[in-house]
Design a protein around this ligand. Sequence first.
Ligand SMILES: [Cu+2]
Length: 332
Amino acid sequence: MMFKISALAALVSSAVAHMAITSPCPRYSANGIDCPAVPAGESIDYSIKSPLAADQVLCKYTTPYATPSATWTAGQSVTVSFQNDGAAHGGGHCQFSISYDGGNTFVVVHEELQYCFFGAASSSNTAAILDYTFNLPADLPSSDSAVFAWTWVNAIGNREFYMDCADVAIKGTSTSYTGKQMTIANHNGYPTIPEFAGDYTTGLTYYTNAAQITVTGSGSTSSSGSSSGSSSGSSGSSAVSSSASPVAHTPSASSTASVAVPVYTSTSAAAPAASSTAVASASSTGCTHGVMQCNGTGYKVCVWGTWSALINCGAGTACKQTSASAVICDWP
Ligand SMILES: [Cu+2]
């Protein structure tokens, strides 16, 4: 009986939680995988799944872990994993970025614009994609104290800016990397991207017109291209103390519970009760929305009748089918 009550409480609270990365382990995460020890003076973040509060610093925290969450080599394939019980708000614009100056200036290394967590337009709150695997740029410079960030502007719901940061070491041979500056929106001092209302190009120009910047392993930054002025990673964030005010969201009880052991876990809800337009678009290729299928070195997800591109499992792991709508990338 006690178990039933606590399980119900966990379900209720997870319904109001949002998205967060679990790997690489973001700063002070309660749910991350292979997390370093929380630095002295800081505490575990049980509200890691909440968006940045309007006055909160980038990354939410300025004190890095004493040791990196991951050590990556420039050019290698990396997998970023998300916790599977957060609200995915119909997707939106995600970026994956790196900072060499302690979390002030971020340059984009990968992005999943428009359809993050789904691969297509969706009215669902349950993510269909929980792992993104991509190649790091081959010309990332080395650093023992780089900061990796996932950022997200949600398609549906309150206007929010999500940002989790993980401390990473990078092994590279290049002295500098040039790429797009990370876009910041729905945050104090930055533009507001409205709810998409079905138009997944909403706010896209803030991403496509972002300045090209060149960063070095020692943390210097120079602007190397035209800028729309829409994103600035450094203004208003570098001198703020780390004692950020609490976010407006109630810490969820479920975040104290441990997560599943496998390193990369992907699940997908059964097909939601779809609107008539969604049903109409699901019939073309015959797969059922939400179904996942192991395929060679990774897996595919059926999104509204269309199979996604192959999503690779992390290095050293293999795809195992656990149900029609769930796979695990597990150690063999
Ligand atoms: Cu949310």
